[in-house]
Design a protein around this ligand. Structure first.
Ligand code: SDX
Length: 426
């Protein structure tokens, strides 16, 4: 093991440097404060590794994304979302028997407690689905006391299975409530994604015919959103979990964080931006706004903290968008606008210098809209898929012997100590 020597005020100390299996080494600075009385300072954690993990690896410069070593492009093309969920949780692709057992376990947990339906009736019909998801998922901890003992590995596993299984049911119920249609119970004879499509778009009055092209495209979208290293919402789940909070509460915290337009909320914002642009002739106006320091506007679905190359997920989604719309016989001018916006931005010095490329949120909304989802459901779908990554990361943290409650420090620039002044003397 090599080390890094840090010298402050003439006092030097060596700090261990740890190497991973691939990717940047880390400088272990756990003893820095004890040695120097100083903290590191890294707003947004641009240079900070918060944990050790074996789940997902990203090389932002090369545009590489691996889940347990498998490239995302191969998983998107050859795997299924449920198989990727198994891979993220257990570390290897399942055998046929392991796959079938996992599928059976998840399928047996797809229903939610009947009283949970009452929660929806407390919301306004026009409540944002993410507001409902935050509330309902957090409320799961009020129903499943037999799987909230986080120190019991079996209970942790049941809670993870429940979350993977129930997210589609909860998301579909949020959509049904918003359109005033009755909830549909899961039909466990269907695939994971087919079940979700039927619960979302089916009605009790007639059978729902699953379009295999749509089922396959949505399953691929779920795979592409499953996990992504220590992003903001995953870090939120880990931080919540580090206090010993139950997994349902941790996932609800992750949903809340994902909702932000700088994160998972960008898929909804990106499609709304593309629709606002409307025609390719208006692209220069929006690109100019994105480059204007005095304008808070940003190209939604563009840029990434880690990827300084093309987000490999955006590549897969860009190709899938053309295929799905062609197969469904849908001509959506927004796709042409997106393609032209990408072309203009990627040839503009501002975007080239800042290494801003389309990210996972740039094309996903076009496909989701073609399938029939309103933009308000886009981030709920992201949360549905990312739940598998969140619970894999949460489980890894719970099994990490080195894990302790996360508690960052700060650079304090407020008032030094001062005495209270009675109001009559102020
Ligand atoms: C996701 O972390 C993950 O892994 C997230 C995610 C996952 O799977 O979990 O990949 C999912 O959240 C994807 C990102 C979705 N968000 C968006 O598409 C929103 C638009 N993008 C940005 O807001 C931004 O790019 C972020 C938030 C994604 C990244 O921001 P950073 O890393 O903090 O970078 P920054 O804001 O410091 O930007 C660097 C520079 C700035 O210019 P300067 O101050 O250096 O002059 O690039 C500019 C920014 O102004 N910039 C953009 C831009 N994104 C960055 N300018 C115009 N349009 C943009 N989209």
């Amino acid at each position: 093991m090599t080390s890094a020597n840090i010298s402050i005020d003439g006092k030097a100390a060596d700090y261990p440097v740890h190497a991973g299996s691939v990717g940047p080494e880390v400088i272990d600075i756990r003893k820095l404060y004890a040695n120097t009385g100083r903290f590191t300072y890294d707003p947004g954690f641009t240079s900070t590794a918060s944990c050790e993990s074996k789940i997902t690896y990203i090389d932002g410069d090369q545009g590489v994304l691996l889940h347990r070593g498998y490239p995302i492009e191969q998983l998107a093309e050859k795997s299924s979302f449920l198989e990727v969920a198994y891979l993220l949780m257990h570390g290897d692709l399942p055998s046929q028997q392991q796959h079938d057992e996992f599928k059976y376990l998840i399928t047996r947990h797809t229903m939610v407690h009947e009283q949970l339906a009452n929660f929806y009736r407390g919301f306004r019909r026009d409540a944002h689905p993410m507001a409902i998801m935050c509330g309902v998922v957090g409320a799961l901890s009020a129903f499943y006391h037999d799987s909230t003992d986080i120190h019991d590995a079996k209970q942790r596993e049941i809670a993870c299975h429940r979350l993977i299984a129930k997210m589609p049911t909860i998301a579909a119920m949020a959509y049904k409530y918003s359109v005033g249609q009755p909830f549909l119970y899961p039909d466990n004879s269907l695939s994971y994604t087919g079940n979700f499509l039927r619960m979302t778009f089916g009605v009790p009055a007639e059978p729902y015919i699953i379009n295999p092209v749509v089922e396959d495209a949505l399953d691929k979208i779920f795979i592409l959103h499953a996990d992504h290293e220590q992003n903001a919402s995953t870090s939120t789940v880990r931080l919540a979990g580090s206090s010993g909070a139950n997994p349902f509460a941790c996932i609800a915290a992750g949903i809340a964080c994902l909702w932000g337009p700088a994160h998972g909320g960008a898929n909804e914002a990106a499609l709304e931006m593309l629709r606002e642009i409307g025609r390719p002739e208006r692209i220069p106006e929006f690109v100019a706004r994105a480059k204007n320091k005095d304008d808070p506007f940003r190209l939604m679905g563009f840029g990434h903290r880690v990827y300084k190359n093309y987000d490999p997920r955006a590549k897969v989604l860009g190709e899938a968008a053309t295929k799905v719309l062609d197969t469904l016989g849908i001509s959506d001018p927004v796709l042409d606008t997106a393609r032209e916006l990408e072309r203009v931005a990627l040839s503009d010095d501002y975007f080239i210098e800042k290494k801003l490329y389309p990210n996972v949120d740039f094309y996903s909304g076009i496909i989701l809209s073609a399938i029939g989802f309103p933009t308000s459901m886009f981030t709920a779908l992201f949360a549905l898929a990312r739940t598998t990554g969140w619970i894999a990361q949460w489980t890894e943290m719970m099994e990490d012997k080195e894990q302790k409650i996360g508690r960052p420090r700060q650079l304090y620039t407020g008032s030094p100590r001062r005495d209270y002044v009675p109001i009559e003397q102020r």
